[in-house]
Design a protein around this ligand. Structure first.
Ligand SMILES: NC(=O)c1ccc[n+]([C@@H]2O[C@H](COP(=O)([O-])OP(=O)(O)OC[C@H]3O[C@@H](n4cnc5c(N)ncnc54)[C@H](O)[C@@H]3O)[C@@H](O)[C@H]2O)c1
Length: 112
């Protein structure tokens, strides 16, 4: 793998949006996936508000802020993460599929 330039993030909540902003600030192209339009829109607003705070606080120039936001591609299509060299998962625990081994260990403990 060459130098990292493009990443994907699954889950555009608190962590996913923050990781997206940090990665875009570092110059990476980010594909940020959320299946539902509501959280997707909330993520755009969250990042925009955070970037505006950084501009107001003198931590980021307005031009750089615009470029940062343009590097983030919010999407409800999982396939759009395909160009990413690295994918980060930032979804809620209860959405994660249970590992098959956990069911087996539960049965084993119950049998004791
Ligand atoms: N918030 C924190 O301070 C913090 C700190 C350390 C670790 N974490 C961990 O990071 C993870 C995310 O936490 P968060 O605070 O960002 O949660 P969050 O609820 O703000 O965001 C999770 C997002 O994942 C989305 N999502 C759920 N299922 C999905 C799926 N199958 N595909 C794509 N998106 C899906 C939800 O719609 C939501 O927008 C959790 O595992 C949490 O424990 C959070």
């Amino acid at each position: 793998m060459g130098q990292l330039s493009e990443i994907g993030i699954v889950g555009a909540g608190f962590m996913g949006s923050g990781i997206a902003e940090s990665a875009a600030r570092a110059g990476l192209v980010v594909h940020l996936f959320e299946p539902e339009p509501g959280p997707l829109a909330a993520s755009r607003e969250r990042v925009a508000a955070s970037v505006q705070r950084a501009v107001r606080g003198g931590k980021l120039e307005a031009g750089a802020a615009g470029e940062l936001v343009e590097r983030i591609h919010w999407t409800a299509e999982l396939g759009e993460l395909e160009p990413a060299q690295l994918v980060v998962e930032a979804i809620t625990e209860k959405s994660r599929p249970r590992p098959r081994s956990s069911g087996r260990s539960t049965s084993a403990s119950t049998a004791r």
